[in-house]
Design a binder for this molecule. Structure first.
Ligand code: C2O
Ligand code: CU
Length: 519
């Protein structure tokens, strides 16, 4: 790949006939890249600074051009990586996709990552779900300027689980998370540990990774995102919905499988779309893990809800199938009502709550495999203990006329932290989100994994039975009018962190705040 060419390439503003939306991947300024005269600036290592690291890699955020649909390739922004040190399987590239490489880490490893910004605007990289020092967290307060390199170091403290990394840029003109992630700046990060390895869950070819994202394309396969005009107001209000769904950066495909169990690990990497995961033959969805790793025991659900930024770990046993059988993982129909503007967004070809396929499994061979699903999964992390004396901190989510949503009446205000956004290191608290809006909000808290204590007041809509609340999470879907309580403990790291709605358009419009952990 000719990097200097892609850095210098200028993407022309694309006015998309009829829709009035624009996507520009290079907003008018011609960037001179690292090899073109601007001196690359190398920071000191933020976070963990040590002489020795188990893993070291380069991560480039860069423009590229990749085939997504048949026909012309699409201009994207994406991550590429080079492993400098560490086990060979640490980095697996997704060369034919805009998705960043899948990064596999082990609990206890020390990691050093040099992030090179080869984009024409500021960016950051957030390690979504990881318990890392504030300076390493990819927050907007520490942008990486075009042409600059930032080096971050951290120890992998989390237990095994499926995490991900994505852009978290938010500048003076507002948030760029939606735009940059949509353009392709996202990838999977897997943490492995002994406890999980001992369970001998399906691995290798028997572990399927699935990144769900929705996208809209114009005639020549250009990605289309919303513009800044009035026409996009609905998109900003509800969050951007693409008119087709991509699995791992491509239209959903058929996967040949055998008569055995599979582990399917799914990330919702969409800007705003909520998925209702179900099997085409109506069998229950067996959930074995969530954001923060394995549940204590498997749970059968009629369907499982996956909100933006959430992950689910699903077990499916095809031992009883015959060669020739097929099974589809689908997103099933649900009543979005006010929540996603069914009807209000009549222009979208794939409204929230539509039914569509995500992956097709085709049984092509018989094997003898006896791998029973363990009755006990994750046992090593005890739930955060809370009782009637635990401090409750409440946040009301409310609409702001024409400007998105607020939390306790506040919107994003740089690193300003209000008095009731300061917590003490070492404390356990219950955070309570009360959703006083007609829309669901996937609320995400940086730097930790929490337990869901309970919910009350939500309407009994068509998603309730699929909300997986057991286990460990970093993102929770708060339904309209609902109150959700989360138990969390502020451990190890003090400093600034963020909490926000992970509907990226909500977040970018200001539904995001810093909080401070005081040592
Ligand atoms: Cu996945 Cu603050 O984000
Ligand atoms: Cu929201």
């Amino acid at each position: 790949m000719n990097r200097s060419k892609s850095v210098h390439r200028r993407t022309v503003l694309q006015a998309v006939a009829g829709t009035g939306v624009l996507l520009t991947l290079s907003p008018g300024l011609l960037l001179t890249g690292c090899d073109g005269g601007v001196k690359a600036v190398e920071s000191e290592t933020l976070g963990l600074d040590s002489d020795e690291y188990d893993v070291e890699l380069n991560l480039h955020a860069m423009p590229d051009s990749v085939p997504i649909l048949p026909g012309a390739p699409s201009e994207v922004w994406r991550y590429r990586a080079e492993l400098l040190k560490g086990p060979k399987n640490t980095v697996s590239e997704n060369p034919d996709s805009y998705l960043g490489p899948t990064i596999r880490l082990r609990h206890g490893q020390t990691v050093k990552i040099h992030i090179h910004n080869e984009l024409p605007e500021d960016t950051t990289v957030h390690w979504h779900g990881l318990h890392v020092p504030s300076d390493v967290d990819g927050q907007p307060r520490l942008p990486i300027r075009p042409g600059e390199t930032m080096t971050v170091g951290f120890e992998v403290l989390d237990r095994a689980g499926l995490f991900w990394y994505h852009s978290h840029a938010h500048g003076k003109q507002g948030g760029r998370v939606g735009f940059q992630s949509y353009a392709g700046l996202a990838g999977l990060l897997i943490v492995e540990d002994e406890e999980e390895a001992d369970l001998k869950l399906p691995s290798g070819d028997n572990e399927l990774l699935l990144v769900l994202q929705d996208r809209t394309f114009a005639g020549n396969n250009e990605l289309v995102y919303m513009g800044r005009g009035m026409g996009s107001m609905m998109d900003r209000m509800h969050g951007f919905l693409g008119d087709r769904v991509l699995a791992n950066g491509a239209p959903p495909t058929t996967r040949k499988v055998a008569t055995r169990p599979y582990r399917i690990r799914v990330l919702n990497g969409s800007n705003a779309r909520i998925y209702k995961l179900a099997w085409s033959d109506g069998r229950p969805v067996t959930v074995i893990g969530a954001d923060g790793g394995l549940l204590q025991e498997p749970e059968d659900r009629p369907y499982a809800v996956l909100a933006p930024a959430q992950r689910l770990d699903i077990w499916v046993d095809l031992s009883e199938s015959q060669p020739g059988d097929t099974l589809e993982l689908i997103s099933d129909r649900f009543q979005a009502g006010m929540m996603g503007g069914m009807g209000m967004m009549g222009s979208n070809a794939l409204p929230l709550g539509s039914r569509f396929p995500l992956a097709r499994l085709e049984v092509s061979k018989s094997v003898e495999a006896s791998e029973p699903l363990p009755a006990q999964l994750g046992v090593q992390r005890q739930k955060i203990p809370v009782n009637s004396n635990t401090r409750i901190r409440s946040f009301e989510l409310s609409p702001v006329m024409m400007r998105g949503f607020a939390m306790n009446g506040r919107r994003f205000d740089g690193t300003n932290v209000a008095d009731d956004e300061k917590v003490r290191l070492g404390d356990t608290e219950i955070w309570e989100f009360h959703n006083n809006t007609p829309m669901p909000h996937p609320m995400h808290i940086h730097g930790l994994q929490f337990n869901v204590v309970g919910r009350r007041g939500g309407s009994s809509d068509s998603l309730q039975q699929g909300l997986v609340d057991s286990g460990w999470h970093d993102t929770v879907l708060v339904m309209p009018r609902e109150t959700v309580q989360l138990a969390m403990k502020f451990e190890r790291f003090d400093g600034l962190y963020i909490y926000h709605c992970h509907n990226m358009e909500h977040e970018d419009a200001g539904m995001m705040r810093y909080f401070q952990v005081r040592g």
